[in-house]
Write a protein that binds this ligand. Sequence first.
Ligand code: NDP
Length: 406
Amino acid sequence: MSKKTLIIGAGGVGNVVAFKCAMNSKTFGNITLASRTISKCISIATNVKKKTGVEINTATVDADSVPQLTELIANTGADIVINVALPYQDLTIMDACIECGVDYLDTANYEHPDTAKFEYKEQWAKNEEFKKENIMGLLGSGFDPGVTNVFCAYAQKHYFDEIHTIDILDCNDGDHGYPFATNFNPEINLREVSAKGRYWEDGKWIETEPMEIKQIWDYPEIGAKDSYLLYHEEMESLVKHIKGLKRIRFFMTFGQSYLTHMKCLENVGMLGIKEVEHKGAKIIPMEFLATLLPDPASLGPHTKGKTNIGIFAKGLKDGKEKSIYIYQISDHEKCYEEVMSQAVSYTTGVPAMIGAKLILEGKWRGHGVFNMEEFDPDPFLEELKVQGLPWKIMELKADEDLRIYT
Ligand code: NDP
């Protein structure tokens, strides 16, 4: 019987997921794209029809409301819900999936709107309910989290007996032409990068000031870039699942213009997430800022350059030390040519589609709530190659390092 797929969230990532599901319509069957703003869904559906010939349905939903979600899931008869709205909606969408007995997938872990802190606690707590309903929840099926978790599982399966250190590296060398813009949802992006940094070493989390640790990494096909240590959610599950791990860190590149703007906005209070009164109205500075910044979905036609995201792992194989970098390079303009989105949305939307494809095809299957590295990495990475995100492995010699020491 033909499957039915419900995508929630018609932003930059939702656009890519809609395109890619339509391009794999044999698996995804009847596709519905739902969001708060119907005009965004219609515009994406029109572009998908024009470029792929596949018709997708559209609907409006407030994904903060479980009753609205359950009604939508029942009306569409969905077999799976792909959540690419915001992290604030994760729990309500998971609850609706439990109520309707439908599989669930997302790309970012739950965050409470009033606290700039993200963790898996609340989502993992739904494991028993997912099990009881015989359904599956796949958490963090984007690029990072997502592909980075699968790269770690692949390194563990094929390259190491023990992995001792992992550095997850996220380099965006793209230029969108604006003095300041974010490549995915501005509010989520700015909350993430302005928060304290954190990494894990010898069984403990170590906190740093925001952007306190800077290192220079030499990204293949891009070159040396200043990279800053951030806390990133995939580390929370990887420390549980990678054998022998002693340290894991996450680095992201930022240009000077981005950092200067961010510091200035922070200094004047524009990154605040608590309500302030303005001329009798209550506003949240960060939300107001997000309305002023370019919509990430609109950056596609202007963005040039490449991304390079990967994992640099060191450990032991047959008693010998070894290091590898598993990575993927995307070109912003090529992504736009294919699905009318820049590479940050593309590299998130393609893995979301692949995760859902493996669930629908029964290749990744289980009852409960899972992180990506808990499944066999091979079928996922095979799909990644053919769905637009070919990846590479660089084996480093004993005297080689990707990090540049200054
Ligand atoms: P956008 O802001 O472009 O899109 C989010 C969409 O969600 C919008 O279209 C918005 O609605 C919709 N939405 C928000 N609130 C609701 C609601 N209450 N009900 C229904 N729809 C709602 O964000 P992105 O596309 O850039 O990001 C989407 C997700 O992907 C985010 O969770 C982000 O954190 C994650 N992400 C993950 C990455 C990874 O590698 N794992 C990387 C980048 C992003 P509307 O416009 O219809 O009003």
